[in-house]
Design a protein around this ligand. Structure first.
Ligand code: RB5
Length: 147
């Protein structure tokens, strides 16, 4: 798989650890920035990665900001994006299996590099379970299309 990564200055600290986890699983990555700890605006990076996932330029995305929340909210404004904000391994597996999340987000001020690597591994190795979960995702898509 090809994984798009995006971060603001608050998430920059986790980027290296996330890249190592992606590479250790044999996947490729594309880094959409930011490239330093200089202050910047998380919606810009959310949009770059969300657009790349939506267009198929990458298969999935990982977004990082201080909390992982702002960048998640922004990414979820892009049609077709299901970004799960994740702080633990159970949620990482659940958002892959139940929500078919095409992006996850984490917080550089919340999650340690070691835990972030476990989360990335859990997310990228857990398949979508489909069945009743597909029905629920179809309902999310209907909300998106009607509002
Ligand atoms: C930036 O200071 C911070 O607000 C941002 O990284 C993120 O935590 C927003 O949700």
């Amino acid at each position: 798989m090809r994984i798009g990564i995006g971060a603001d200055h608050g998430g920059f600290v986790l980027k290296e650890a996330v890249i190592k986890a992606i590479e250790s699983l044999g996947h490729e990555y594309k880094d959409y920035g930011t490239y330093s700890e200089e202050s910047c605006d998380y919606p810009d990076y959310a949009l770059k990665v969300a657009a790349a996932v939506k267009s198929g330029e990458v298969d999935r995305g990982i977004l990082l900001c201080g909390t992982g929340i702002g960048i998640c909210i922004a990414a979820n404004k892009v049609k077709g994006i299901r970004c799960g904000h994740v702080t633990d391994v159970f949620s990482a597996k659940a958002t892959a299996a139940h929500n078919d999340a095409n992006i996850i987000s984490m917080g550089g001020r919340i999650t340690s590099p070691e835990l972030a690597q476990e989360i990335v591994k859990a997310y990228l190795t857990t398949p979508f379970e489909s069945g009743r979960h597909q029905r629920r995702i179809d309902k999310i898509t209907a909300i998106e299309n009607n509002n």
